[in-house]
Write a protein that binds this ligand. Structure first.
Ligand code: AR6
Length: 174
């Protein structure tokens, strides 16, 4: 049986990472936003937005659904592809953790289909979408550990600040 990918942690800005795939915490419009999404489009250049617009026109007229993932060029980023996924907005009243897990699983599936070996993720939904970091980290680590996605051999979580790094390190220890 194929083993799940090795998980590593990195500190800083995901747009500075070198990997086959960089995952974007997008929104359903696929047309950009703040946080990671803003940084990826700024640093990756207009080619990414053009590819997103083309996807909207060809396949996602109503937008990309929460928990789904789709790939585009990575433009000027140090990657082959950007995989855009739409995280759930945190809710106090509804358990949306299956959707957050789906973001990691679907992004890995898309990356594997493209032949990626290394995939870098931000902490999806834990910024503007308000998901608590400790829970977001547990779901991310558990989901990546649950399944093999050959040829993906390394999943790197790129954490923007000390707290996010600490929560992911904690999730990895358990
Ligand atoms: N590199 C790595 N991590 C980052 C970076 C970066 N450059 N910038 C922020 N983070 P967020 P979400 C961290 O808000 O919560 C956008 O407007 C951040 O500290 O980027 O899924 C989209 O268009 C946090 O821990 O994504 C959507 O509308 C994590 O990355 C919405 O935000 C995710 O924060 C998506 O919200």
């Amino acid at each position: 049986m194929t083993a799940p990918p090795t998980i590593t942690l990195a500190h800083g800005d995901i747009t500075e990472q070198h990997a086959d795939v960089l995952v974007n915490a997008a929104n359903s419009s696929l047309l950009g936003g703040g946080g990671v999404d803003g940084a990826i489009h700024r640093r990756g250049g207009p080619e990414i937005l053009a590819a997103c617009r083309a996807l909207r026109a060809s396949h996602y007229g109503k937008g990309l659904q929460t928990g789904q993932a789709v790939a585009t060029t990575a433009g000027r980023l140090h990657a082959e592809y950007v995989v855009h996924t739409v995280g759930p907005v945190w809710s106090h009243t509804e358990d949306r953790s299956a959707l957050l897990a789906s973001c990691y699983r679907e992004s890995l599936r898309v990356a594997a289909d493209l032949g990626a070996r290394t995939v870098a993720f931000p902490a999806i939904s834990t910024g503007i979408y308000g998901w608590p970091l400790d829970d977001g980290a547990r779901i991310a680590v558990r989901t990546v550990r649950e399944a093999a996605h050959p040829p993906v051999t390394e999943v790197r979580f790129v954490l923007f600040d000390e707290e996010a790094y600490a929560r992911f390190a904690e999730a990895l220890r358990t």
